[in-house]
Every structure is written in C-alpha cells, then in structure tokens.
Design a protein around this ligand. Structure first.
Ligand code: ADP
Length: 638
C-alpha cells in the first residue's frame, strides 16, 4: 500500500461544531482590518505548545526525543503562496486535534454568539474579547493544513488535519518523524503579500518579539555580485526570544508590553494598564499584571477557569492558576514567575500553600494600588475601568475583608449630585456632606429612575442632601457588607424612622410632634384598618409632595435583595413595612376630615397601595386598587 493509499484509508471528514462555523464566518469578515494578527495567534499557540512540552518533560525526559532545543520555525513560499509555522512542542493526538480544532470548549460560547450583531465594527470588538486563536488562520488562508504528532508518540501516530474553513474538516493518520505541530496556510490570492520574508519578520518583531522561544527563519542572502560566491541561506533568529517579564522595566517599551499582553490573553485590543514588578526578599517572584480594556463576555460566569500563568524559575507550569488572585479580580491577566515553589507543584498544593497565600495578598494589594493610582491620576481612564469592571469589583467587599477600605474608596456611584452615570466616590460624597450631616444616605432601587423618583427622596431634595442611587443587581448585597465609610454610617433612606440628626431644625421636630398629636385619632383608625399589612403607622416629615410612603424596618432585608432571593426560589422571611403619612398633604387632611366610612377605607387603601407602587413593589390585588381609585375619581367629578 502506498503512503497515499494509507492516508486515503483512514481519512475522515467531520463537521465543525455549529459555533465554530458561525465564528469562522463572522471572524473572517469582522477581523479583516486586523488580519495580520493571525501570525501572533499561531505563534502564541506554538509557544504555548513548547511551554507545555517543557513542563511535561520535567517528569518524563523521554518526551524530548533527544531534541531539547525548543524553537518555532517560520517559513514561506512566495510562489506557492504559503506560510508555514512549525513548533517542536507537545503536539496533538488524533482525538486532541478533533477536540481542539473542531470545537470551541469555552463555556458560554453559544450565549456569546447570540450577542453578535452582524455589524463587523461591533462584532470585531466582541470577537476580540472572545479570543480568536487558531481559527484566525482563516482570515488570510483559503485552506489550512495542520501536521502534528504528540511528543513521545510513535511515528505512525501523526495526524493531518485540513480544512477550507467552510463547515468541514478532514482528518487523516500520517507518518510523522518529528514531534510537534506544523501549520501550513494556503493564502487566499489577495493575501499573498504575507508570503514575504520582510513582511513576516516585521510582524514577528511587532507581535512576538518577547515570547520565550526563538522564532527561526531562513536568511535570504542577496544574489552574489559577479565573481563572488553565492551565500547559502542559513537559520536566523528573528525575535528577541527572552521572556518579557524577565527583563528589567527600563528595557521594555510600552509597545512590547502591549504586544506581550496580546500574546498571553489572545485579546486583540491594547490593555488598559499594567504593572510589572520584581520582588526579592522573603518572597522571590516576578509578576506582570494587566488590566484589559474590555470585560470578557463571560466575566460573570464564576465557574470559568481564570487566573495567572504560573512559571517556576522561568519554566511554564500551568495556565489559569486561580490561587494567586481573589475571585473578584478574575479579569486580571498576567504571569507570575517564582523561585519559591517547586517545579512539580500541583493545583492541589497551590491551594493550601502558605507562600502562595502571601503572594496572593501581595498581588491583590498591587492591583488595588494600581487602580487607586489610576483613579487619582487618570480619573477618565478609571471611569472606563469602572464601567467595565465595577460590578465585579463590588464582589470584593464581601470576599476580601482585609482590603475593604481600599475597595470602598474605589467604588463609584450614581448620585443625586450628578446624573445616572456612576462617577461619585464615597470620598466625593463625604467632602460634600452638610456641616451637621452624620450619615451617608443611599437608596437602593430597581432602576436609577425608580430611585430618584421615590417619595423617600423628597425631604433630601428639599434640604439639598446628596443621596447615592444604587440600581445594580449586586448593590443590595454589596451594601450589606459596607456598613460605614470613613466612620460614617451608610443609611438606606427607605429604612427605619427618618432621623436627619442635627440637619433637622429644632422647630421642625417640634412641628412633627404636634402633627403626631393632631393626627393621633387618624393614625389609630388607619392602624386598625391596615393592621394585617403594616408594622406601624406614623406621621413623617420626609415627604413634601407625596401623601404617604412605606418604610422598611431598620434591620429588614433590602427590597432589591429580597427580590433577587425570591427570584432564586429562596424563602424570604415576611416583614411588614411601616406606613408613614405626610401631615401637610391635602389628601391626608381630607382623610382626617372624612366622615363616610366607606370613603375613608377606600382612600386609606388607595394611599397604601400607591405607596407600595412608588416603592417599586407589585400590588397583591391590583384590580381592587383600580376599582377603588375609580370610585374616588367618580366621587370627585360629582
Ligand atoms: P486557545 O489557544 O485560546 O485555547 P485556539 O483556538 O488557539 O484556542 O487553540 C485551541 C487548542 O488547540 C489549544 O488550546 C491547544 O490545545 C491546541 N493547539 C493549537 N495550536 C497548537 C499547537 N501549535 N500545538 C499544540 N496544540 C495546539
């Protein structure tokens, strides 16, 4: 049987997973203006494969197959219009090829695909966040062939994968002498410019200069002058090939940091900022931490593996080492390289290691300091950061007790001082507090509009006291972990009896006491009527325009929290609000004078239901509310 027959015999045609098909289609269109990134992506994969081999070989030297000289080879053929990227890394088995190059294993991929709009401008950003990887080859290639053999496997276990990127790929077994992966791109006719030595060299310099492995190309000697001997092409290393983080900061340009970020993150946008540090002393490690410009599509999926790339003495150990950062900083990308761990460290060991614990708290502090500095020196950039990652930072208040104060300073809120954008820090708030104000006031509502139009806001508006408006889902939970800031109690304005402390003039307090007396009778009647629904009934000075409002008990669960828990199917303890009435309001006065029992009851229920509606609640018997209201309206028009 000839070699050819042999390939034919075990050839299989398989379909891409649906998501791959969609991704390929969209990527080719939306990344067109960024097409040169294919080389960075493929070299990154090659570099990862070398890293993985070196790691596996730590415990099994035979995997080197007598060739420990790890490198990436880049070649081209201008006539055939091909570009070839070859590594002598870990390689892939047949099953791995099918799994890795035929499917996308990331969870949430289907949801991500739904977010794509078909508008290539918008989609290119999304796809950047998703990470394009291997499939970017199809931006420039009409056909891609992958020759690979797993390190340590028999020569006969080579695999050839090939595809034109249109729904199907072919896979065949081949003989392959060398381990590792060789990718041949058959360029589209109008992308032939990439089959060019100068072009490829400059792209390697631009995107892959500081990966840890040499990228080798053949030199292209100029034609010899007459009488001189023609020089033979020879191997040249075209990149620096020193891992970027091992260099000192002064040696590294911003451009290099950015390129390295793209190499490790597969993001194609520049990072927002980074921090590169060498620590010596009790701990000995180097870290390079990046904050991406955009949140990944699956940021809120807490199950997705995330973390830093871990190196021990420059040897790659693992991706997504999540033990070095708290969960709320899961958007940070980067590497940590240490001498304090052994080369055979495992995830299990990392989990309970004291050194790792210390590094985690140092790295956390490093990131929070980087953010604090950004908040102070580049507030506009910080705002962008907050808009992307603010909600996940809030998780930190419940998770990271030791950094609570730092985290609290990093929070940004919408407030009545501004509009619905979240730009107000607690320090800003405190600096604007009125002279006799003792508390930080906030309202937690379903939306910004619901918060600002709440009856509870009236007195604060009247007195010009700033209120923070919290309307993100996580806010109720967050605030339950933040009782105070700068020694000032955080007060929910919808909870407990209103006490504005010294801001309330003595006179106003007296007025309220008098009103309580005047309305004593009325209060008694309302209490009797609503006794199953309310905890208490009282007059209030917190309203200026509304006749009444509902107030939760000082220690009751936040209404937003309650909704979230109920939605999650949890049993929430039943609590009754207090009903507060505005003694200045004509409807309350009318109620006080009402002689007809039926009308008294109707008006009381309507005021109560209105108050519930204004708090963003749903009425238990909306039909009854409507018919009572209509009855009163008819009375009015008589
Ligand atoms: P990512 O690199 O983000 O995981 P890719 O689509 O680029 O996604 O690659 C998918 C997988 O294919 C990789 O995770 C890796 O397991 C495998 N792979 C890609 N290129 C190589 C290579 N040169 N050598 C070995 N495995 C590779």
């Amino acid at each position: 049987m000839s070699e050819h027959d042999n390939i034919e015999a075990n050839k299989e045609t398989l379909g891409f997973q649906t998501e791959v098909k969609q991704l390929l289609h969209l990527m080719i269109h939306s990344l067109y203006s960024n097409k040169e990134i294919f080389l960075r992506e493929l070299i990154s994969n090659a570099s990862d494969a070398e890293d993985k081999l070196r790691f596996e070989a730590l415990s099994n030297d035979a995997l080197y197959e007598n060739d420990g000289d790890l490198k990436i080879r880049l070649g081209f053929d201008a006539e055939a219009k091909t570009v070839t990227i070859a590594d002598n890394g870990i390689g892939m088995s047949r099953d791995e090829v099918i799994a890795h190059l035929g499917t996308i294993a990331k969870s949430g991929t289907a949801d991500f695909m739904k977010n794509l709009t078909g508008d290539s401008q918008k989609d290119s950003h999304l796809i950047g966040q998703f990470g394009v990887g291997f499939y970017s080859a199809f931006i420039v290639a009409k056909k891609v062939e992958v020759f690979t053999r797993k390190a340590g496997a028999d020569k006969s276990e080579g695999v050839l994968w090939s595809s034109e990127g249109e729904g199907e790929f072919e896979i065949a077994s081949i003989e392959r002498e060398t381990r590792g992966t060789e990718i041949v791109l058959h360029l589209k006719d109008d992308e032939a410019e990439f089959a060019d030595g100068w072009r490829l060299r400059s792209l390697v310099k631009k995107y892959s200069d500081h990966i840890a492995f040499p990228v080798i190309m053949q030199s292209e000697p100029a034609p010899a002058a007459e009488g001189e001997e023609q020089k033979e092409p020879e191997d040249e290393t075209v990149n620096e090939a020193t891992a970027l983080w091992t260099l000192s900061k002064s040696e590294v340009k911003d451009e290099d940091y950015k390129a390295f970020y793209k190499h490790i993150s597969h993001d194609f946008q520049d990072p927002m900022t980074w921090s590169h540090n060498r620590v010596e002393g009790k701990l000995d490690y180097t870290s390079l931490l990046y904050i991406p410009a955009k949140a990944p599509f699956d940021l809120y999926n807490r199950e997705v593996p995330r973390g830093l790339k871990l190196y021990v003495q420059r040897v790659f150990i693992m991706d997504e080492a999540e033990q070095f950062l708290p969960l709320y900083l899961r958007f940070v990308k980067g590497i940590v390289d240490t001498r304090d761990l052994s080369l055979n460290v495992s995830r299990e060991i990392l989990q309970s290691d004291k050194v790792v614990e210390s590094m985690k708290s140092a790295l956390t502090k490093r990131i929070l300091d980087m953010l604090s500095k950004m908040a102070k020196n580049e507030p506009e950039n910080y705002q962008k950061f907050w808009d992307e990652f603010g909600d996940v930072m809030k998780e930190g208040l419940g998770e990271d007790f030791s950094n609570k104060e730092k985290l609290a300073k990093l929070l940004r809120f919408a407030s009545t001082h501004g509009d619905s954008t979240k730009t107000v820090s607690l320090e800003d708030y405190v600096s604007r507090m009125q002279e006799s104000q003792e508390k930080i006031y906030y309202i937690s509502a379903e939306s910004h509009g619901a918060g600002t139009s709440s009856p509870h806001m009236e007195i604060f508006r009247k007195k010009g006291i700033e209120v923070l408006v919290l309307s993100d889902r996580i806010d109720g939970w967050m605030i339950s972990h933040l009782n105070e800031f700068d020694g000032k109690h955080m007060q929910d304005i919808t909870k407990g009896e209103l006490d504005l402390g010294d801001i309330d003039a003595e006179e106003e307090k007296k007025q309220q006491e008098e009103a309580s007396k005047t309305f004593e009778n009325l209060i008694g009647q309302i209490k009797e009527l609503l006794k199953d629904k309310v905890e208490d009934v009282r007059v209030t000075n917190r309203l200026t325009d509304s006749p009444a409002c509902l107030v939760a008990g000082a220690h009751d669960m936040d209404a937003q929290m309650k909704k979230i828990m109920e939605a999650a199917g949890q049993v929430v303890p039943e609590t009754k609000p207090s009903f507060e009435i505005n003694p200045e309001h004509p409807l309350v006065k009318q109620l006080n004078d009402e002689q007809n029992d039926e009308r008294f009851n109707d008006l009381t229920y309507v005021l109560f239901d209105q108050a519930a509606l204004a708090s963003g609640e749903q009425l238990k018997e909306p039909g009854a509310f409507v018919s009572r209201l209509n009855k009163l309206l008819l009375d009015l028009s008589k």
